[in-house]
Design a protein around this ligand. Structure first.
Ligand code: PEP
Length: 265
């Protein structure tokens, strides 16, 4: 049985002060709801927040005395471990403050910062060889969708993105999660219908099965992301191949993020 994952991506929002304020609001909402807290702490559902680098340490500190388990991750990493790479953040630096996960290949990195599948692949290899869990984002643009090439694009993103990645523990421990995020649905208010999202997530599982076999395809967690709100949470999560959600805009307000968590149970 795959666990549910509700992951928020704050993007370039919230420095350390607002990060601390966010947790002051969110944590009591969860703590005061024993049913939700038990499901989170019991491992039935994983709550994750991917915060800006400058706020990672504050996020970890905000959670250090909390009775709620929330996984904190970075939004991007360097493929290099250290050295003369001004402005970059390495997995070694993250591990000094016990950060154990990162998003890699988010569509904003791909399209605004022109990250290629090969660059994303190097980052995934660096992350996984340092035991950093990865949310690997893939998805097609509107143009690609309209030209009927969605599956080709996704297949290429998976093939190149995961080339030479050491698949050693069957993806069971959430060490590599795939997030299907159609670019046209990110931050636009347009959500893929649950049926459309399911169709592509099923296809992704089939592609993983063809490459790595059925057991790995069964174990891997696949998230949907793109204008998720609390009112479409239940419907998306009821789909057989959608194991969780990656949420941008709607993760920025603690009460809205909490209502998504409530609706996911
Ligand atoms: C995202 O940033 O990964 C995302 C899905 O954003 P939004 O929910 O705002 O579309």
């Amino acid at each position: 049985m795959r666990k549910k994952i509700i992951a928020g991506n704050w993007k370039m929002n919230f420095g350390p002060v607002s990060t601390s304020d966010y947790f002051h609001e969110l944590l009591p909402m969860i703590s005061s709801n024993p049913q939700i807290k038990d499901k989170i702490n019991g491992g039935e559902i994983s709550i994750e927040l991917y915060v800006p680098s400058i706020s990672l340490f504050t996020a970890m500190q905000s959670l250090s005395n909390s009775d709620v388990l929330i996984k904190i991750g970075a939004q991007n990493i360097s493929d290099k471990l250290e050295g003369a790479y001004t402005g970059e953040i390495s997995v070694n630096m993250l591990s000094e403050i016990s950060i154990k996960a990162s998003i890699i290949g988010h569509s904003e990195r791909r399209h605004i910062y022109k990250e290629t599948n090969s660059e994303i692949n190097k980052k995934i290899i660096t992350a996984m060889s340092s035991n950093l869990d990865v949310i690997f984002c893939i998805g097609e643009t509107l143009e690609e969708r309209n030209s009927g090439t969605t599956i080709d694009i996704i297949s290429e993103q998976i093939t190149t993105g995961l080339a030479n990645v050491n698949i050693d523990n069957n993806f069971k421990d959430l060490n590599l999660i795939i997030a299907y995020e159609p670019v046209w649905a990110i931050g636009t208010g347009l959500t893929a219908s649950s049926a459309d999202a399911q169709q592509i997530c099923q296809k992704i599982r089939e592609l993983i099965s063809d490459k790595y076999g059925e057991i790995i395809a069964h174990n891997i967690h696949i998230l949907y992301g793109g204008s998720v709100k609390s009112n479409n949470t239940k419907d998306l999560l009821s789909q057989a191949d959608i194991d969780g959600l990656l949420i941008g805009g709607a993760s920025l307000k603690p009460d809205i993020f909490f209502s998504i968590i409530e609706n996911s149970l």
